[in-house]
Design a protein around this ligand. Sequence first.
Ligand SMILES: Cc1cc2nc3c(=O)[nH]c(=O)nc-3n(C[C@H](O)[C@H](O)[C@H](O)COP(=O)(O)OP(=O)(O)OC[C@H]3O[C@@H](n4cnc5c(N)ncnc54)[C@H](O)[C@@H]3O)c2cc1C
Length: 449
Amino acid sequence: MKECNEALNLALQSLPKMTLEQLDKTVPLSASQAPAAERWEPTVKHIDYDVVIVGGGLVGATLACALKDSGLQVALLEAKPQSEAVARGQAYHINLLSSRIFDGLDVWQHMRSGVSPIAQIQLSDADHTPIVQLVPQDLGTEVLGYVAEHRVLLEALRNAQSECANVTYLCPAALVKTIADAEGVTLEVLQAGATKTLRTRLLVAADGSRSSLRQQAGIRTRGWQYWQACVVAFIQPEKPHANIAYERFHPDGPFAILPLPNNLCRIVWTAPKAEAEAIMALDDEAFLTALKQRYGDQMGVLSLVGERYVFPVQLMQSDRYVLPRLALIGDAAHCCHPVGGQGVNLGIRDAAALAQILQTAHQQGKDIGDRRVLKSYERWRKLENLMILGFTDTLNRVFSNNVLPLVVVRRMGLWILRTVQPAKRLALQLMTGLVGRAPVVANIARNRV
Ligand SMILES: Cc1cc2nc3c(=O)[nH]c(=O)nc-3n(C[C@H](O)[C@H](O)[C@H](O)COP(=O)(O)OP(=O)(O)OC[C@H]3O[C@@H](n4cnc5c(N)ncnc54)[C@H](O)[C@@H]3O)c2cc1C
């Protein structure tokens, strides 16, 4: 009770009223900074929901679907209108574990036609000819992973979630205020110009890397902004991409090509920030010329499809994933370098793990917002995520430079990957998510995906 008051009750209370645009840019506001007139004393005591998930991105939506048979009443809040949330021009590497989680949740069948399998991965050092070729036989699987657009994944999750009788989707709905007590959290939500008060036993922050819930709760993060930024674009090559994914390591940052359906490719071009800005400033023709130099000639003429975007890149790990009545998942809890395409996969795994823990606790008659229940989620996921954060950071540091000892180390590393089968297998297990504790829902699908 005392901990609850100190940690969440005080730290989460009295968010100022915000527009939806402002909501994404909130800065921390401590209880002592809240103007007295804004203080809010909710009187509602009955519980509307067992779980309220704030953030309907891929991770929040996965958690909502994963709680479908839990016996818990769930609300999912998304601040952006549905069309906007779905239309994000992003595409992801979906690793084998994530595909198994989706399959275990019965959503994979609805994603499958919009997803491209990865039949081969080619790793190379830009200035060094030998290429490491990774194929499914190295792992004993049929494919090495998948690539899909954000829209395809989120639409399938939304459709599945709309069929879950225990999940209420509030969109667009902005969280305005929260206050916690020993039994639950009371939320004030702004929807269609009207405010409504909801009460829940557990609040889940799936509100992205700038999570206002994490900040309001006073949870500290560790990490750094990289010196690099990522330029992303969709490309249509003249020749078939043959479902090959490329990761080429250049001294200024990795360059990835991911195969998508309809012979589209996703380019993730990491470069020092100033260079990334310069790449963005090129007109389309000059961009395609620069791209061709980096891409090579093997796929013929390249055409640009849609807009280019640039993203900052950071490594971030939250000191805590949980407080009494609060859990963080996905980018709200951690962010990693995009090399290897791990980010959203960690979040999908968080969502499946948290759902499993909540469902078990509920079946055992425990309070799902209790710190001890939530701590078991933190113990499960925090260390595993840290391992991948470390893996992607090391990859980026070892490959993104020209320091001679590191050049020797990386060439040795690539040589080992080319010639030592167990090393190849271990690297693939890390990339495909097949290291660490798998949520039960993924095991259900183990033999299918
Ligand atoms: C350049 C780049 C390339 C990447 N490539 C890959 C890749 O290949 N593979 C991969 O696995 N990952 C990749 N990632 C990482 C991936 O994009 C993120 O890990 C992932 O999008 C995180 O999902 P999320 O649901 O946790 O957060 P988000 O996608 O940020 O979703 C958060 C949601 O919460 C909503 N929200 C925020 N605040 C509130 C509020 N107060 N109330 C209600 N709703 C709210 C937002 O509107 C949003 O919809 C990449 C990232 C970058 C930058």
